[in-house]
Write a protein that binds this ligand. Structure first.
Ligand code: SAM
Length: 214
C-alpha cells in the first residue's frame, strides 16, 4: 500500500470528537465560519491534517500561516502523544490579532502541545528557520513568489513538508512554485504526492502536497 493510501485510510472524524466543541469556530467570535458551522471542504481539510499527523507522528511541528490555529490543532490532535514543540508564524494580514486567539484556542486542546511558540512575523522577510522540524505545513502567502520563498526556506529544516492549496486553478502560484521545487530537487526528495480532499469526498476545492525528504 502506498503512503498516500495509508494516509487516506486514516481519515476519520476523530479530530472533531477530540477537539473542544468550539475549537473550529474559535468560540463564537470567529468571523470566518457563518453560523459556527465548519463548511464541508474545510472539515475535510482538518480531517486530512489529523490523518497526516496520525501517519507521521511528528514530535516537532511548524506552520507558516496559523490564522486561528485550526491546522496546528488538527496536527496536534493527530499525534498519539502531545508533540514536544509546535511553532507557528503569521503576519496577521487576514485577521487582526489572530495569534492571540490562536494561542487561546490551541491551549483549550486536551492535550495541548507540550510547548507552543507563535511568532507574529512576515515569512517573506525571513531567510531561514531557527530550528529543525519533523513536519512543516506551509499555508501563508499564496502568491507564486510567496509560496516559492516559503518552500525554499523550509525545505532544509524538515523531514516532511506539507504545501497547502496545491491547486492549478484556485491557487496557480502555489501549484507552480511546488511543481518547480519538485523538478529542481529530485535528489533530496524521498517521496511526494498530492492529497486533495477530493480523494475521499469529491467536495473540496483544496489540495495538499506532501513532500518527504531523504
Ligand atoms: C489560509 S490562512 C491559514 C489557515 C490555517 N493554516 C488553518 O489551518 O486554519 C493563511 C494565513 O497566512 C497568513 N499569512 C499570509 N501571508 C503571510 C506572510 N507573508 N507571513 C506570515 N503569515 C502570512 C495570513 O495572515 C493567514 O492567517
Amino acid at each position: 500500500m502506498s503512503t498516500k493510501e495509508k494516509i487516506l485510510r486514516l481519515i476519520n472524524n476523530d479530530v472533531f470528537y477530540k477537539a473542544p466543541p468550539e475549537f473550529f469556530t474559535c468560540g463564537s467570535t470567529d468571523p470566518i465560519y457563518p453560523d459556527n458551522k465548519v463548511p464541508q471542504h474545510h472539515a475535510n481539510y482538518y480531517r486530512l491534517y489529523h490523518a497526516l499527523a496520525d501517519h507521521y507522528q511528528p514530535r516537532r511541528i511548524m506552520e507558516i500561516g496559523v490564522r486561528l490555529g485550526y491546522g496546528i490543532g488538527s496536527l496536534t490532535l493527530g499525534c498519539s502523544t502531545p508533540p514536544d514543540y509546535v511553532e507557528g508564524w503569521d503576519n496577521e494580514c487576514y485577521i487582526q490579532a489572530s495569534l492571540n486567539k490562536a494561542r487561546k484556542n490551541i491551549e483549550t486542546l486536551n492535550p495541548p502541545p507540550k510547548s507552543l511558540t507563535l511568532r507574529k512575523l512576515d515569512s517573506q522577510k525571513e531567510e531561514k528557520l531557527l530550528a529543525s522540524f519533523d513536519l512543516v505545513s506551509i499555508d501563508g502567502d499564496h502568491t507564486y513568489s510567496g509560496a516559492k520563498h516559503d518552500i525554499e526556506i523550509v525545505a532544509p529544516y524538515c523531514k516532511v513538508m506539507l504545501v497547502d492549496d496545491y491547486h492549478p486553478k484556485n491557487h496557480p502560484g502555489v501549484f507552480r512554485a511546488t511543481n518547480e521545487f519538485l523538478a529542481a530537487n529530485e535528489g533530496i526528495i524521498k517521496e511526494h504526492f498530492s492529497v486533495t480532499a477530493d480523494d475521499f469526498t469529491g467536495q473540496s476545492i483544496k489540495g495538499t502536497y506532501v513532500i518527504e525528504f531523504k
